[in-house]
Design a protein around this ligand. Structure first.
Ligand code: S3P
Length: 167
């Protein structure tokens, strides 16, 4: 039974896409924390933000994280804000293996601009406003992200890049 692998990083960093591939490669289950919360709450993330506000969403997110931290043989893609609230980063670091996907703000903004996922924090932002938001928010959040056990840097990460850190 292997401890969970947590993929952390900003919105648009590829946690879900790469997480799914990594899980398949390792023969593990894949879990998307946002999806787990949506299933539990029977509501999508934008509606949860609208209904409860960000503060209460963060409480739901933290509880969900505690719960999934007990699982094994699993790759967990966390929401971009999850590591930055409460003691979530410590919970993940103690429960398993944490990997930060470090992507440049420009690349993140470009991916987010063409993404179809609705994200409350960047709703209505585009062009330079989106890039500015990403750069500022990422700078604030990196303090938390960099507490991860491992940091993978690059705008074109593939599943092979993870393999040295997950055996
Ligand atoms: C958020 C990231 C989203 C989701 C919510 C808040 C954030 O997840 O949890 O919209 O605070 O960065 P992704 O990182 O999967 O987009």
């Amino acid at each position: 039974m292997a401890k969970p692998i947590f993929l952390i990083g900003f919105m648009g960093s590829g946690k879900s896409t790469l997480g799914r591939r990594l899980a398949a490669r390792l023969g593990y289950t894949f879990l998307d924390l946002d999806k787990f919360i949506e299933d539990r709450q029977q509501a999508i993330i934008p509606d949860l933000f609208a209904k409860y506000g960000e503060n209460d969403f963060r409480k739901l997110e933290s509880k969900a994280l505690e719960e999934v931290s007990k699982l094994s043989d699993i790759v967990i893609a966390t929401g971009g804000g999850a590591p930055c609230f409460f003691d979530n980063m410590e919970v993940m670091n103690q429960a398993g293996n944490t990997i930060y996907l470090q992507i440049s703000p420009r690349q993140l903004a470009s991916r987010l601009a063409s993404s179809h996922t609705e994200r409350p924090l960047i709703k209505g932002l585009e062009g330079d406003a989106l890039l500015g938001f990403v750069a500022t928010k990422l700078e604030q959040r990196e303090v938390f992200y960099l507490k991860a056990h491992h940091c993978l840097t690059g705008d074109r990460l593939t599943v092979e890049d993870f393999l040295p850190f997950v055996s």
